[in-house]
Design a protein around this ligand. Structure first.
Ligand SMILES: [Mg+2]
Length: 241
């Protein structure tokens, strides 16, 4: 069995190897500065709102009864829940059509632009890689031109491979507790920020571990990031402090 992660964190040209797929991150170039890794759906781009509108356009409705899509999408005609296979297909079709539906969460564009003065920003989206080009075009059209990785593999090993053991601050932002926990497990001293929309379905979202920061919105997330970067600068200037 191939190792889950076969990476050389300090070298460029890294390949992450899972049992069946290779995931190439060799095109990612990081500077000698902090790294901010951002999830995309419901963190940078609206997802749940546009997805609900998309479903309505097809005669379906999402009922926020728990924190999952499968089992909670019903036909508007008869109220019967769609089969899991049908829901999975709708999610893929939405990714295909994302450019017509999804828009940035305000004020992510100006916030990331400002943060990118001092840090590398990278998008890590949990989406089948075949929709990368669609997402790339959508992000570019919004002025979000930062590098993008699309993968359905656990996020912790990916952030670990990207950041390696660099003595530089690293930040990870996501709306899913499981992704935050994966990065927490693999990347020491990472500032983890739980950022999610105030939507009916997100009220059912599993809570993140207590020591993971919860941001109210992008302005709050930016404040937490600024504090984290400033603390690192101070500790570097005063290593004995
Ligand atoms: Mg997300």
């Amino acid at each position: 069995m191939a190792p889950l992660l076969a990476a050389r964190p300090r070298l460029w040209g890294i390949l992450i190897v899972s049992n069946s797929a290779e995931f190439d991150i060799s095109h990612i170039r990081l500077g000698d500065r902090p790294l901010i890794v951002c999830d995309v759906d419901d963190v940078v781009l609206q997802f749940i709102g546009p997805f609900q509108l998309y479903l309505k356009s097809l005669g379906h409705e999402f009922l926020p009864r728990s924190f999952r899509l499968h089992g909670n999408i019903v036909s508007l005609a008869d109220g019967v829940a769609l089969e899991d296979q049908h829901v999975s297909r709708l999610i893929l079709e939405f990714f295909e059509a994302q450019e017509s539906w999804q828009t940035p969460i305000d004020p992510v564009v100006s916030t990331l632009e400002r943060l990118s003065d001092d840090a590398d920003v990278l998008f890590l989206t949990a989406m089948p890689p075949q929709f990368s080009a669609h997402r790339r075009r959508l992000l570019d059209s919004a002025g979000l031109t930062f590098p993008l990785l699309a993968s359905e593999q656990p996020k912790g090993p990916i952030v670990q491979a990207l950041h390696g053991g660099r003595d530089l601050p690293v930040v990870f932002i996501d709306d899913m507790a499981r992704n935050l926990h994966s990065v927490k497990e693999h990347v020491a001293d990472c500032l983890l920020i739980h950022l999610m929309p105030d939507s009916p379905v997100h009220r059912f979202a599993p809570a993140a571990a207590e020591n993971i920061a919860r941001a109210r919105d992008w302005a709050h997330a930016a404040e937490l990031i600024d504090q984290h970067l400033a603390a690192h600068t101070i500790s570097r200037a005063n290593p004995a402090a």
